[in-house]
Design a protein around this ligand. Structure first.
Ligand code: FMN
Length: 367
C-alpha cells in the first residue's frame, strides 16, 4: 500500500505538566489535573484522535511547576477511554528496562492492548542532577536509549532472553505474561539529531520530531528512510505542531501574536540555555532547538514552525502537504485543549479526510 493510501493519524500532547504547552502568560484554559485530562482523552477519541502522548519531567523548569508521572497517568487515561492509544514517555536512566517491560506488559493486559512508549533521551541536565542520575554526553545518551529499546523488544518477544551491553545485562530472563500486543507495544522515540535519526533507522517503530517547515521535515524523512531501508527496518514519522485553528486566519494569527507577546522572557531564555544540551551538544551541532529563535522556543517543541495556524481549510491543506513528504502522524498541542481538540475533530479532520480521498482518487486515475 502506498503512503498516500494510509490515513494520516493524529495525536495530542497530554497536558500532564502544569502551565500548558506554551511558555506564556496568555490565558490557557487547560489544566494538568486528572479530571480535566480524563475528559480531554474522551473528547479526543470521539474527535478522531488515535493517540495521546504524555510527558515526563522529574522537576520543574520553564513553567512546568507540577508534573504528573507519565506511566501511571497514561494508565489512568487508558482506563477512562475505549479506543485511544496512550503513549507513556520514558527516560532511560531513571527507568530500567526490566521494570518498564514488566509495567507496560501489565498495563497492556489491563487496557486491551492500547499502551505504547516514547523513549526520550533527555535534554535537561539540572533534572538529572537533582535526582542523582549521571548525565551522559549527548551521543552516549542515545547509545543507552538504543540498548534500552533493543532490550525492551528482546524481553517482550523472547523467552530466556540474554543480553550483554554497555548499559544493560540480562541473563536467561523470561517475562510472563508477555504484552498483549504483537509483536510488542509500539516504541516511539523523540529527538532530531544525527544520533536520534540513526537510532530511528535501526530500532524504533516511530520517530517523533520537533515542529519544522515541510522542507525541514522532508529532509529528515528522506534521510531516515534511506538509512532504514539499508538496515531493512521500517519507521513511521510523527511531527509536532502547535495548532491554532480559528474561523478566520486573522483570528488565528492574532492568537499566535498574543502568545508571543505575553511570553515569559526569563523562562524562555533559560529554557533556550538548557536545551543547548540537546541537538547543539551533539557532535554535528544539529537536532532539536539547534536553530530555534526566541519565538520558536515559546512553544517548547518548536510547534509554531509547522505552521498549522489558520483556518480549518488552510490547516488541512498543510497537513496533507506534510503527508505528501512522508509524515504518518501529526502531534498537536493546543492553547485551550478540550475546546480546541473538539473543534479540530469537527472542523479540520473531516477536511483532511476529504483531501486524502481526493488524492487517492487522483492516484487511482493516474495508475
Ligand atoms: C515529540 C517529542 C516528545 C518529547 N517528550 C519528552 C519528554 O516527555 N521528556 C523529556 O525529557 N524529553 C522529551 N523529548 C526530548 C527528546 O527526548 C530529546 O531529548 C530532545 O528532543 C533532543 O534531542 P536531539 O538532541 O536528538 O535533537 C521529546 C521530544 C519530542 C520530539
Amino acid at each position: 500500500m502506498s503512503q498516500a493510501q494510509n490515513a494520516i493519524k493524529f495525536a495530542y500532547w497530554v497536558p500532564n505538566v502544569s502551565g500548558g504547552l506554551v511558555v506564556s502568560k496568555i490565558e490557557q484554559r487547560t489544566s494538568w489535573d486528572i479530571d480535566y485530562n480524563r475528559k480531554l482523552a474522551q473528547i479526543a477519541e470521539k474527535a478522531g484522535f488515535e493517540y495521546a502522548l504524555s510527558q515526563i519531567r522529574f522537576t520543574a523548569g520553564y513553567g512546568a511547576e507540577y508534573q504528573h508521572e507519565s506511566v501511571s497517568f497514561s494508565h489512568a487515561l487508558l482506563a477512562a477511554t475505549e479506543k485511544l492509544r496512550v503513549i507513556a514517555a520514558i527516560l532511560p536512566g531513571p527507568w530500567t528496562p526490566a521494570v518498564l517491560a514488566k509495567q507496560i506488559a501489565t498495563i497492556d493486559h489491563l487496557t486491551g492492548g492500547r499502551v505504547a512508549v516514547n523513549i526520550v533521551s533527555g535534554w535537561f541536565q539540572g533534572e538529572f542532577t537533582a535526582i542523582g542520575e549521571p548525565w551522559l554526553e549527548h551521543d552516549e545518551r542515545y547509545r543507552r536509549s538504543e540498548e534500552f529499546i533493543r532490550v525492551l523488544k528482546g524481553i517482550w518477544t523472547q523467552d530466556n532472553f540474554s543480553f550483554k551491553g554497555d548499559f544493560y545485562r540480562f541473563s536467561d530472563y523470561t517475562l510472563k505474561p508477555k504484552p498483549l500486543q504483537q509483536p510488542h507495544p509500539e516504541i516511539f522515540q523523540g529527538g532530531s539529531s544525527r544520533a536520534a535519526r540513526d537510532m530511528a533507522s535501526r530500532v524504533s517503530d516511530w520517530y517523533f520530531t520537533n515542529g519544522n517547515t515541510v522542507e525541514g521535515i522532508k529532509a529528515q524523512v528522506d534521510d531516515i528512510r534511506a538509512k532504514a531501508a539499508v538496515n531493512g527496518h521500517q519507521v513511521k514519522i510523527g511531527v509536532n505542531a502547535f495548532i491554532i485553528a480559528r474561523d478566520t486566519e486573522e483570528e488565528a494569527r492574532a492568537v499566535l501574536a498574543e502568545i508571543i507577546d505575553k511570553a515569559d522572557p526569563e523562562a524562555v531564555n533559560a529554557f533556550g540555555d538548557a536545551v543547548k544540551q540537546a541537538g547543539q551538544a551533539s557532535p554535528e551541532g544539529e537536532g532539536n532547538w539547534a536553530k530555534s529563535t526566541f519565538e520558536d522556543l515559546v512553544q517548547y517543541n518548536d510547534g509554531f514552525k509547522t505552521n498549522l495556524i489558520g483556518t480549518p481549510q488552510q490547516i488541512a491543506e498543510r497537513i496533507v502537504a506534510l503527508k505528501a513528504v512522508g509524515v504518518d502522524l501529526v502531534l498537536g498541542g493546543f492553547l485551550h485543549f478540550q475546546e480546541e481538540v473538539a473543534y479540530f475533530g469537527e472542523k479540520v479532520l473531516p477536511l483532511v479526510r476529504e483531501l486524502e480521498a481526493r488524492a487517492k482518487a487522483h492516484e487511482a486515475v493516474a495508475a
